[in-house]
Design a binder for this molecule. Structure first.
Ligand code: ADP
Ligand code: MG
Ligand code: MG
Length: 255
């Protein structure tokens, strides 16, 4: 597949002056239209992988490659990745005091539209689009008038993130849902958002250690990650095995 292809990816971070290797040779292919999940114990490097794919600066790729839609992903700026259709949902959404949520969303949407060569949405067109989505998500319009994520509950932050994703209509979304404290409602909001985009032109990488999330978003493939490597890949049944038996057997088989 030439949709997303990661080969031998190694990356490190500068930890107070000492380079720390985190990704130790990741191979992963996600075809167009497929939803893949990555599960793994805390500290495996799951979030690091999502940051490297999204272009966060703190990480140094030391080996390997990643191509997205035939482009050298690692050579692209984060905005160029977004323009190609990538969307990254952050584990802990940033709070932006003083920044109006509607304006923030419109700026983000229009930046991507511009980069894709599409017309920008004016205030009226944007409001129309956003109202259709807030209704769908049972979100109050009042949340659009508030500062971005400031004082939002966990569920409201998730709705806001899904709202942004639905407005941007990505062809590839990376969702890192490893934060604890995601209740069932929040899991459902995320799952409904992903499932609503499901189709031949939408792929996703769902990173989670909530097996339950994968009851709602049934993935095509599940990859188990440990110590910077993918140690096992299988179908959706892998999530069930993990729920029942934990990581031990996968870790032992890989050792
Ligand atoms: P996961 O998401 O699977 O829990 P992470 O990618 O967050 O794993 O972290 C992988 C490893 O890299 C952990 O051992 C973590 O402590 C380390 N790490 C991540 N970010 C930093 C950082 N900024 N400085 C030092 N070590 C880090
Ligand atoms: Mg972690
Ligand atoms: Mg993480």
């Amino acid at each position: 597949s030439d949709f997303l292809k990661i080969q031998g990816l190694e990356a490190r971070i500068d930890a107070d002056g000492t380079p720390k290797e985190i990704l130790k040779g990741i191979d992963l292919e996600i075809p167009k239209g497929e939803i893949h999940a990555i599960m793994g114990p805390n500290g495996s490097g799951k979030s690091t992988l999502s940051y490297v794919l999204s272009g966060r600066e703190d990480y140094e790729v030391t080996s390997g490659s990643a191509t997205f839609k035939g482009e050298d992903l690692l050579a692209l700026e984060p905005e160029e990745r977004a323009a190609l259709g990538m969307f990254l949902a952050f584990q802990s959404p940033v709070e932006l005091p003083g920044v109006n949520n509607a304006n923030f969303l419109r700026t983000a949407v229009n930046a991507v539209r511009r980069a894709r060569g599409e017309d920008e949405l004016d205030a009226v067109a944007f409001l129309k689009a956003v109202r259709a989505e807030t209704k769908r998500l049972s979100m109050s319009d009042e949340m659009l008038k508030r500062a971005v994520n400031v004082g939002f509950s966990g569920g409201e932050k998730k709705r806001n993130e899904v709202l942004q994703m639905r407005l941007l209509q990505p062809s590839f979304a990376i969702l890192d849902e490893t934060d604890s404290g995601l209740d069932i409602d929040a899991l459902r909001i995320v799952a409904d958002g992903v499932n609503s985009l499901r189709g031949p032109d939408f792929s996703a990488l769902v990173i989670t250690h909530h097996q339950r999330l994968l009851d709602y978003i049934v993935p095509d493939r599940v990859h188990v990650m440990a110590k910077g490597k993918i140690i096992y890949s299988g179908g959706p049944e892998v999530a069930k095995t993990l729920e029942k038996q934990g990581y031990t057997q996968f870790l032992e088989a890989a050792a």
